[in-house]
Design a protein around this ligand. Structure first.
Ligand SMILES: [Zn+2]
Length: 420
């Protein structure tokens, strides 16, 4: 089945709508098409992908620009200013860095080798970060929690192979790194952990995924024998037994036992001063508008005194619209009132999600399997719409105009907006 894939940035959930809250006067960040689409995997100076021009933002918004990365250099445990191994300290200078959520080590053109690390320290003009395990040579960028990101750095980091210390008879040691700070259920890029076991001989490895709040083990991989100093990875599909795991913080734990019975376990110190590289946030949905937006009120609300079956969220025409939850496209149609719309049967939810007034026909078609965060189209005002907005509906099983009933999507949207 052909699958329309979103732009890399959108697949990867980098460019996110900001939390507008319920007030009409939200702080707004204008994601220009270039900012919204430029991303990890992009080499410095690469032209931005084509995207529709944005209309003027809705009234009542305050524009907040993206962080800027000006320069960076390796300052501790470095081979030289641009060359370092895992664990070295990199200092980034720029503007508006106070809200930086992650530093992305972009590696090569492909997004698959991107690794994002939490800053150790951040101030208005400076961010410190350690080179994460699994980072490969390439430029860096910084992104804030809302997905506003700098362009890629002009200079590329050269990653050195770490020097493995071999001490005879020593117990193995384990290094662990979650590939991203956030992972969305059913996204094109699932949660992934990279790890390396250091030691003299192969070790038997078990990887577990723990729910941070109570350390309950929600998934486990009996990896078997693993060669020393060889990078490994495990991917988690978001399942906890037969169900989808709840939104929240999770931690990968890697245990290794060598033939002498000596054991090493990662992630033993959640109270450590530095951000835990094995931890990440898991989210069951991603907020679908990737840019500045404001929630409608009154008649734009669910019900709205007029039998309004969804909630309207206003954003500039041309703002990328992505799947809040992956699933299968049930309908892609045009209607005189709804305009261009699309209905997606949410993966493992029973809920149908409807997106209306798209600027033009959706980029996916009926029957397509779409992923959480996948680009569906752009905010528009087709059909009967006063102002560019997304009309969003959620319907209970068995589905949209198929025996289900609509319910107020606002609490869900607000929750997704806060976390994604
Ligand atoms: Zn509406």
């Amino acid at each position: 089945m052909p699958r329309q894939r979103g732009k890399a940035a959108i697949d990867r959930g980098r460019t996110r709508a900001i939390a507008a809250g319920l007030t009409a006067l939200a702080t707004f960040a204008i994601a220009t098409p270039a900012a919204a689409q430029s991303t990890g995997g992009t080499s410095p100076g690469a032209p931005p992908s084509a995207a529709p021009r944005l209309s003027a933002p809705p009234p009542g918004v305050v524009v907040r620009p993206a962080p800027q990365l000006r320069t960076w250099r390796c300052v501790r445990e470095c081979a030289d200013a641009q060359t370092a191994a895992t664990g070295a300290l990199v200092r980034i200078r720029g503007r508006r860095l106070g809200r930086v959520y992650e530093v992305v080590f972009l590696g090569s053109e492909s997004a698959d080798d991107d690794v994002a690390a939490a800053p150790l320290r951040r101030k208005k003009h400076v961010v410190d970060v350690r080179v994460p395990l699994g980072a490969v040579g390439g430029p860096l960028l910084v992104a804030d929690r809302d997905g506003l990101q700098s362009g890629p750095s002009a200079t590329a980091l050269a990653v050195q192979a770490p020097v493995a210390l071999k001490v005879a008879g020593a117990a193995p040691t384990v290094e662990v790194q979650a590939q991203a700070r956030r992972a969305f259920y059913d996204a094109a890029r699932p949660a992934k952990v990279s790890y390396v076991v250091h030691g003299e001989s192969p070790s038997t490895v078990v990887v577990e995924l723990l729910r941070a709040k109570d350390s309950a083990v929600v998934a486990r991989w009996d990896v078997g024998e693993v060669a020393p100093d060889t990078p490994q990875s495990v991917v988690w599909d978001g399942s906890a037994g037969t169900r989808v795991a709840a939104t929240g913080r999770y931690v990968f734990r890697v245990s290794a036992v060598n033939p002498s019975g000596q054991r090493a376990v990662s992630a033993q110190a959640p109270q450590q001063a530095e951000p835990d590289p094995a931890a990440f946030q898991f989210l069951t949905h991603e907020f679908p508008i990737r840019g500045p937006h404001v929630y409608g009120t009154g008649s734009a609300s669910f019900g709205g005194g007029r039998g309004h079956q969804g909630h309207d969220v206003f954003a500039a025409c041309g703002t990328p619209l992505t799947a809040a939850r992956g699933g299968v496209v049930q309908f892609k149609q045009y209607h005189s009132r709804a305009g261009h719309y699309i209905v997606i049967d949410g993966q493992r939810t029973g809920v149908d999600y409807a997106y209306m007034h798209l600027r033009q026909a959706a980029l996916v078609k009926a029957g397509d399997r779409v992923r959480t965060g996948q680009l569906l189209g752009y905010v528009g005002d087709t059909g009967s719409a006063s102002g560019c907005h997304l009309h969003f509906e959620m319907w209970t099983a068995p589905g949209w105009y198929d025996g289900g009933r609509p319910f107020d999507p606002l609490p869900s949207m607000v929750a997704w907006d806060k976390t994604s």
